[in-house]
Design a protein around this ligand. Sequence first.
Ligand SMILES: O=C(O)CC1=CCC(=O)O1
Length: 96
Amino acid sequence: MLFHVKMTVKLPADMDPAVATKLKADEKELAQRLQREGQWRHLWRIAGHYANYSVFDVPSVEALHDTLMLLPLFPYMEIEIDGLCRHPSSIHTDDR
Ligand SMILES: O=C(O)CC1=CCC(=O)O1
């Protein structure tokens, strides 16, 4: 199942910079592993915002929820999710 996910990161202004740096490094490591494994299909920065648009390819809504909760930045994110399905005019065979 494909999901479009918008993540907006809101770190507290008074967060220790070293803690923020570690959280971002851990987030990057997990995000890159999930991309290599194919669960995190797209990751785009939203220009001008500390936010991203992502596309996840996971077996279920529960799997998406569990994956998002693993993200080190999850406690500091606002997350919006839209389920995706194939458009009848799409030419892409990997849309599911
Ligand atoms: O910077 C972000 O948008 C949050 C994030 C998601 C994956 C990652 O490495 O950072």
